[in-house]
Design a protein around this ligand. Structure first.
Ligand SMILES: *Cc1c(COP(=O)(O)O)cnc(C)c1O
Length: 340
């Protein structure tokens, strides 16, 4: 732990790095064991595991940040714990208590402290908690045993030379069904998004945008991030739908837009034929915080918001406020930061 790393923090991206320790807990006989840290980065599971055949698995993503004073911030881990409980519930997996979830995250951050990018580098330690169904089984049913694990990787600043807008294209595919698993953070949604995402990238776009799966007339998700936009009269709008993933970045931006930027905030329909209402738009999630949306291609037309080359003023203010809070430079709303 005192050992330093030979990582070049300035060129770090978002790639797998084998760090020193990960947390592992097993669910057997109706309960989770107390969990341990292990140096073994390989899982040994039955070939009959439901996670492998029937997609019985869910995951989370959150970051730990090094502050100016050397302390370490976890950003809203209680929200990730609650969301993982809802994902587990939807897929008939046993829930991990918020207490065990946050304790696992703390242990993993502490044990891999040498991998936390320094304050000011723009990087963070990305934590990946997950639950998988394991054990000997073949029929379509919930697994006899489960694993809860948390590993971490150091990640770099998403935008190296300042925020740059990206263009997106509307997909004809759906990532989730109307009453399906869109609101749960499960691998199956991601498997369904791989082909549409690859097609969007082949056409030169950053990713695709999914419309609501019942009427295909309203924006729902931007690849694996949430959509928001700012109306011409300064209202923050984000889609309301039972198939949108309830992002914690999205939730945090709604609260900051209301309480710190004094904007009106609403969850509602974002009709694809009414994009002229908005002067700025963005995609938000833990990985990039905010990706400004330059334009959206729908059919033959590219609808451009603020600019294809520069982020708009409201998006910039939201980004500065949230990233300032995460690394401890700006005072956080009560309960948002958990010190490691
Ligand atoms: C994880 C995720 C998000 C963003 O959630 P955050 O909690 O902000 O990271 C948005 N959409 C999808 C589909 C996701 O899986």
């Amino acid at each position: 732990m005192g050992q330093s790393t030979s990582i070049d923090w300035s060129t770090l991206g978002f790639s797998y790095v084998k760090t020193d320790f990960r947390y592992l807990s097993h669910w057997r006989d109706g309960q989770w064991d107390s969990g341990t840290l292990t140096e073994d980065a390989t899982l040994h599971i039955s070939e009959g595991s439901t996670a492998l055949h029937y997609g019985q698995q869910c995951f989370e993503g959150l970051k730990a940040y090094r502050c100016k004073d050397g302390s370490i911030n976890l950003f809203r881990p209680d929200q990730n714990a609650l969301r993982m409980q809802r994902s587990c519930g939807r897929l008939l997996m046993p829930q991990v208590s918020s207490e065990q979830f946050i304790e696992a995250c703390r242990q993993v951050v502490k044990a891999n402290e040498r991998f936390i990018p320094p304050y000011g580098s723009g990087g963070a330690l990305y934590l990946r908690p997950f639950v998988i169904g394991v054990g000997e089984n073949i029929g379509v049913r919930t697994a006899p045993e489960f694993i809860f694990s948390v590993f971490c990787i150091p990640v770099g600043a998403y935008f190296k030379g300042g925020m740059t807008p990206h263009n997106f294209v509307i997909s004809g595919y759906d990532r989730a069904a109307p009453n399906g698993t869109g609101a749960a953070k499960v691998g199956g949604n991601y498997a369904a998004s791989l082909m549409p995402g690859a097609q969007a990238k082949e056409q030169g776009f950053a990713d695709c945008i999914y419309l609501d799966p019942s009427s295909h007339s309203k924006i729902e998700e931007v690849g694996s991030a949430n959509f928001f936009a700012i109306t011409r009269d300064d209202e923050f709008v984000t889609p309301r739908s039972s198939s949108v993933l309830p992002g914690i970045t999205r939730l945090s931006l709604m609260e900051l837009a209301r309480d710190r930027l004094n904007l009106k905030v609403s969850e509602g329909d974002v009709r694809i034929d009414e994009l002229d209402r908005f002067k700025e738009a963005g995609a938000c999630g833990t990985a990039a915080v905010i990706t400004p949306i330059g334009g959206i291609k729908f059919g033959d037309t590219l609808h451009v918001f603020h600019s294809e080359t520069e982020a708009g003023p409201v998006v910039k203010r939201l980004y500065r406020e949230l990233t300032g809070i995460q690394c401890g430079d700006i005072e956080a709303p009560a309960g948002w930061i958990v010190k490691v």
